[in-house]
Each structure stands twice: as structure tokens, then as C-alpha cells.
Write a protein of this length. Structure first.
Length: 341
């Protein structure tokens, strides 16, 4: 979802951001880890791709990340392009155009690379989940529960639907996170929908859960951890103040299946997903970072994509990316985190 941004900025801020972007990832920040919280540290950040193009396509508007089978980074932008990036340098290697069944552009938001290399991609305007081949051909479309469809067909609001998408360990369960609440639900309860893999590899709707989002925030991304829990990004924007971005560890394994619950309003019989704050990104250090608009921390921007890129003994390597909305006062920024769970 494209968040509103402040249009005013200073020439000095723009100049500083341009210099940082041009310098590339090596100049972005020192290599040493820096604590954001007792469980999260920032290794470095990179603005190397900010306001660049590749093969005639703008590089930015990123809404999701995934690790491909060859180790490269797949980066989905919300205007129907899917990039392959070099995992070490972030240099684009390929871009594939995406479209719906009628050849129209998507508002593409969530991304999973399945075990066979096909791409599962959400669009938040319907919402929908389609399966694509690596070269961008539509192979399948998943059914969506009626209540999660955009009104008047359902109870959701356009551009506030499937933002996050992840495949749980074992590869049999797919989970999509709504960005905001649907009509009739409490504003602080967001639905997470799952699908189970049936014969032939097709997914069918399964359990649904209530996730308690912080007041004023939405869910732009969710990623499964190797033990079956979830990393959840929560994000908001306040004009003149900037972004709020928080990283939570959530556990859906004891939550109530809410697929048959019409309205989520804090009923005593409904157990939501439990969550624990890992870090408020505003609390991270900001070595060398600059912001082109007001921010609580110059490191912050419209962070929207996330991927787990490594795991060892309860420690995750996590890559985040911001969606610059192709806007002069926002930045395409990659964040390299280490997370202990």
C-alpha cells in the first residue's frame, strides 16, 4: 500500500541522500553490528538502488522480498515487475513483467517462491493470489474467502488487503496477512488467512487467525521462521513526523481459527495470535543515514518488504526493504538485520 508522504523537503537533505546513494553499499555504513534492542541488531544498510533504472524499468516501489533457489534475491515491486538481485551487491540481473489474466497491471504486494521455483504473488486490489512461472506466465489462481474480498463483494477495503505472504516450514501451509481490519472487525484485529496444499500442488483455504495490531499501524509483511512462528512487520505514517516500523515475533500455533467468526470484536472465546516486540526500528542506530523528509530516526523510511536470508541456532539474518513509491522525498533502502528468536 502506498502511504502518503510529505511533499516538502530541503535541498540539503536531497543532496546528502543523492551522495549516499551514489556511493553504493560499501559507503553506506560500517560493517560492525549495532544493537536496536536486546534481540535485534543492524549490520548495515544500502541505498545503492535508490532512483536507479534497469533495462528501462524503474528500480524501486519494492513491496516484498524472497530468496530464490539459486540464492539470489527476488524483489517484487508493486507496479507489476519482479526483479532478480545479486545477493551480495544487490545489482539487478533480470526483470520480469507481471500482469493479470487480461494483461492489466497488478498492485503486487506479497511474494513466495515455491519449492518448484514458481512464484506466488498477491495483488491487494481484489485481493488475489496468483501462481506465476519464472518468466511471468500465470499458472494458477488461489480461491479467496468471500469476506476478505474488497467491498461490495466482501468486507475488505481496496489497498488494505493481502500485503504479506509466506510459506510455513514443510511447505504445506501458505499464509497471507491482511494489512488492515475488514468491516465489522475491531480496527486493531487483522485477519491472517491460510491455505493448505492439496493433491496436485493446489492450495485450498484453511484456518484463519486474528492478529492484534498496534493502534494506528497496519501489517505490510509477514515471514515464517524455521520453527513455525512468524516475523511480523507493523508500519504506520504520520504527516510531519514520519514512519513507525516495529518488528514482532508472533506465534499462531495456539490461536483460534476465526474462519467461521463473522465479526472480530474481542470476544472472550477467541484467542488471537500472541506476539512479542523484537524491535522498534526507530530505536536502531543510524550511522550515516539521511532522510529526505521528517523521520523520528533518519534511518527510517516506508519499510514494506522482508525476507529471512539465513538461520543458525536461533539467530536469523533478515533483509528489509523500503518502498519509495517512486517519490523524490522517499528512499529505496535495504536493511541488514540480525535477529535472535
Amino acid at each position: 500500500m502506498r502511504l502518503r508522504t510529505v511533499l516538502a523537503t530541503t535541498t540539503a537533505a536531497l543532496a546528502a541522500a543523492t551522495c549516499l546513494s551514489a556511493a553504493g553499499p560499501a559507503a553506506a555504513t560500517p560493517q560492525a553490528s549495532h544493537a536496536c534492542s536486546p534481540t535485534v541488531s543492524l549490520d548495515r544498510f544500502s541505498d545503492a538502488l535508490d532512483k536507479t533504472t534497469y533495462d528501462g524499468t524503474f528500480v524501486g516501489n519494492f513491496s516484498a522480498l524472497a530468496v530464490d533457489r539459486d540464492g539470489s534475491i527476488a524483489a517484487l515491486e508493486d507496479r507489476s515487475s519482479l526483479f532478480d538481485l545479486d545477493a551480495r551487491t544487490l545489482a539487478p540481473k533480470r526483470v520480469v513483467a507481471l500482469a493479470d489474466e487480461n494483461g492489466a497491471a497488478l498492485d503486487s504486494e506479497g511474494l513466495v517462491i515455491d519449492r518448484d521455483g514458481t512464484r506466488l504473488i498477491t495483488s491487494e486490489t481484489e485481493p488475489s493470489i496468483r501462481r506465476y512461472s519464472a518468466d511471468g506466465r500465470i499458472l494458477d489462481r488461489l480461491p479467496v474467502p468471500p469476506s476478505l474480498l474488497v467491498a461490495p463483494a466482501g468486507r475488505a477495503t481496496a489497498n488494505q488487503t493481502f500485503e504479506g505472504l509466506t510459506l510455513l516450514p514443510g511447505g504445506r501451509t501458505l499464509l497471507a496477512s491482511m494489512e488492515n481490519a475488514i468491516s465489522g472487525d475491531s480496527a486493531t484485529l487483522v485477519r491472517f488467512q491460510t491455505w493448505t496444499r492439496a493433491k496436485g500442488g493446489h492450495f485450498r483455504p484453511a484456518a484463519q487467525y486474528a492478529y492484534p495490531v498496534d493502534a494506528g499501524l497496519g501489517v505490510p509483511e509477514v515471514q515464517a521462521t524455521p520453527d513455525g512462528r512468524l516475523l511480523v512487520l507493523e508500519r504506520g505514517f504520520t504527516s510531519g513526523v514520519g514512519n513507525t516500523v516495529r518488528l514482532y515475533l508472533a506465534d499462531p500455533r495456539r490461536a483460534t481459527d476465526t474462519s467461521a467468526v463473522e465479526k472480530l470484536t474481542g470476544q472472550p472465546g477467541v484467542r488471537p495470535i500472541g506476539k512479542t516486540l523484537l524491535a522498534d526500528i526507530a530505536a536502531c542506530p543510524s550511522p550515516g543515514a539521511t532522510a529526505k523528509q521528517p523521520q523520528p530516526n533518519p534511518l527510517l523510511d516506508n519499510i514494506e518488504g522482508m525476507a529471512v536470508t539465513g538461520y543458525s541456532k536461533g539467530r536469523l539474518k533478515v533483509l528489509l526493504v523500503s518502498d519509495d513509491n517512486q517519490n523524490a522525498v522517499q528512499t529505496t533502502r535495504f536493511y541488514y538485520l540480525r535477529v535472535r528468536i
